[in-house]
Design a protein around this ligand. Sequence first.
Ligand code: SF4
Length: 276
Amino acid sequence: MRVFEIETSGSISRSGMRELDYCLNPYLGCHHGCTYCYAIDMTSRRDAAENWGEVVYVRRNIVKNLAADIKGLRRGTVGISTITDPYQAVEAKYRLTGKSLKILLENGFRVTLQTKSPLARLDFHLLARYRNLADIGFTIATSDNARTRLTEPHTPSPGARFRTIKEASSLGINTWIYFGPIMKGINDSQEEISAIMRWASSSNSRVIFDFYRNYEGSRKTIAASGLNPEGLSGNDAWRERVSSAIIKTAAEFSVEVNSEEEEWLVERRKTFRTLF
Ligand code: SF4
């Protein structure tokens, strides 16, 4: 992995996602290198996008900028790292996610994070202290190690993520599992769905699920892994069948589940309940 430190203007920006008011990305590029990643198309640094998983830019002045940028800013929900992983390996050295999180929570913003890394433990004390304002999700696209290596080459194992989310939940932190992107023939089996729901149930986490969409940038990385990107997104009938199986299995495990489509409404309600 090649890491470059850069200085950029600004820190927090308006989010284009319905469930968020703002987003903040301390890093550009992501060492986890997931082949299906939608952020490849959104990463402004060409070398990071073209060598996905190999190049990471560190916005080293983002914390200083953030302290100035939030003055007078209307409170709302901030997604930290919407186009990268907030707890990828460089976070252990730079702690830009942790410092930004602290500033935002101390100033009354709601914060939501999504990661695949046990390094999130570094901030469990903050997430527990501000449990009314914060939540954290762990992406577990598959419970299977071989399929994880195929689609997420540099990520921590699914089991490590499960142990971390279980620990977070035991500390009273609001947790959720992101089951996705669901890809035809990779992680759409009943066995897989049951494994995810079992983990969600035993970590007291709700589940958000979503399907792979044939993102432009990901076609190259998926093809390089030996899979056919066109075959992964399935058709409407397949999505309906898998969605029904997820909802039915979630009910059997008494797990709260929402599709990504429904999630924005859930998030909006939380924002209004906690901030206004
Ligand atoms: S961890 Fe998230 S941002 Fe990073 S490569 Fe994987 S999907 Fe993309």
